[in-house]
Design a protein around this ligand. Structure first.
Ligand code: PBG
Length: 336
């Protein structure tokens, strides 16, 4: 007996033939466990001062620092593509930086002005703002630093609270503390509630690792630390139980969404966090992960589109509900 589905007269007597379900694309689609959709994507975007500016980031080809006018155009386009949310990062000129990051809570600052303009121009898009001091400090750390170079926790939280409030005031839908100071989620939640911003959410960078994968992002913002590293506040790459502890704390303090960052080298963490919480779990497909794919693709070594989709699907499969990714626009186009 011969047909397309049998290629031998003497079939092995197998109780299971998993390949049966892989025979055609229709079948594969039917039994597929994970899907990636545009609803999963959050697009990180960079804003800079000026007008008519669109400057490509050298280590992140295809990503730009936009001045506000062009950013608004880009966001309108991104929204048309079905992307629901953006995460906003500012490029702060050197002369606006200081030791304590005071520009971060300037009501007329770059972030605050930009958020206001976005909410006016593209009201439907969800705007998430980064809460951390590194783009605003001369030393490039996410917190205040004492004379011995120690990153101070509680005084930093006070500044972060001011920053988050000014972003909420400007119209941010979510504030996203990415600094890893202890207690900041609770302090921000309390301040938001006290000031009446009960509907402003917190996307907590809960398990954020001290990672070498952030290099290109620090180029983009010119925010690399001027001394030392971030290992006294960001997590040790070797730890996973600690990630669960951080997530647990952030939930107790009032986080609405918890995040694991980076994503690709931390799929096991995403998975464990997903199992241990009922909140939506986000994963940050960070700048270095983006740059590696772009570099290999530029050399013709990998099939860029396929690798992007496979990579983001792996994050969903691991348990991510949401993915912050610089590929968001490209993927939205691919999925159309
Ligand atoms: C700032 C911040 C960083 C990233 C997001 N927010 C850099 C850092 O912690 O040094 C990295 C994002 C990326 O690499 O794509 N607190």
């Amino acid at each position: 007996m011969s047909s397309a589905n049998s290629n031998t007269d003497k079939p092995l007597n197998l109780p299971q033939r998993p390949r049966r379900l892989r025979r055609t694309e229709t079948l594969r689609k039917m039994v597929r466990e994970t899907t990636l959709t545009v609803d999963d994507l959050i697009y990180p975007m960079f804003v800079m001062e000026g007008e008519g500016q669109k400057v490509e980031i050298a280590s992140m080809p295809g990503c730009y620092r936009f001045s506000l006018d062009l950013l608004l155009k880009e966001i309108a386009e991104v929204s048309q593509l079905g992307i629901n949310a953006i995460a906003l990062f500012p490029v702060i000129p050197e002369n606006q930086k200081d030791d304590t990051g005071t520009e971060s809570y300037n009501p007329a600052g770059l972030v605050q002005t930009t958020v206001k303009a976005i909410k006016k121009a593209v009201p439907n898009i969800i705007v998430m703002t980064d809460v951390a001091l590194d783009p605003f400090t001369t030393h490039g750390h996410d917190g205040l630093v004492d004379e011995n170079g120690v990153i101070l926790n509680d005084p930093t939280v006070e500044v972060l609270v001011k920053m988050a409030l000014s972003q909420a005031e400007a119209g941010a839908d979510f504030v996203a503390p990415s600094d890893m100071m202890d207690g900041r989620v609770g302090a921000i939640r309390q301040a938001l509630d006290t000031e009446g911003y009960i509907n402003v959410g917190i996307l907590a960078y809960s398990a954020k690792y001290a990672s070498a994968y952030y290099g290109p992002f620090r180029d983009a913002l010119d925010s690399a630390p001027k001394f030392g590293d971030k290992k006294t506040y960001q997590m040790d790459a070797a730890n996973s139980k600690e990630a669960l502890k951080e997530v647990e704390l952030d939930i107790a303090e009032g986080a609405d969404i918890v995040m694991v960052k980076p994503a690709l080298a931390y799929l096991d963490i995403i998975h464990q966090v997903k199992i241990n919480t009922n909140l939506p779990v986000a994963a940050y497909n960070v700048s270095g992960e983006y740059a590696m794919i772009k570099a290999a693709a530029a050399n013709g070594w990998i099939d860029e589109k396929k690798v992007i989709l496979e990579t983001l699907t792996s994050m969903k499969r691991a348990g991510a509900d949401l993915i912050l990714t610089y590929f968001a626009k490209e993927v939205a186009l691919m999925l159309m």
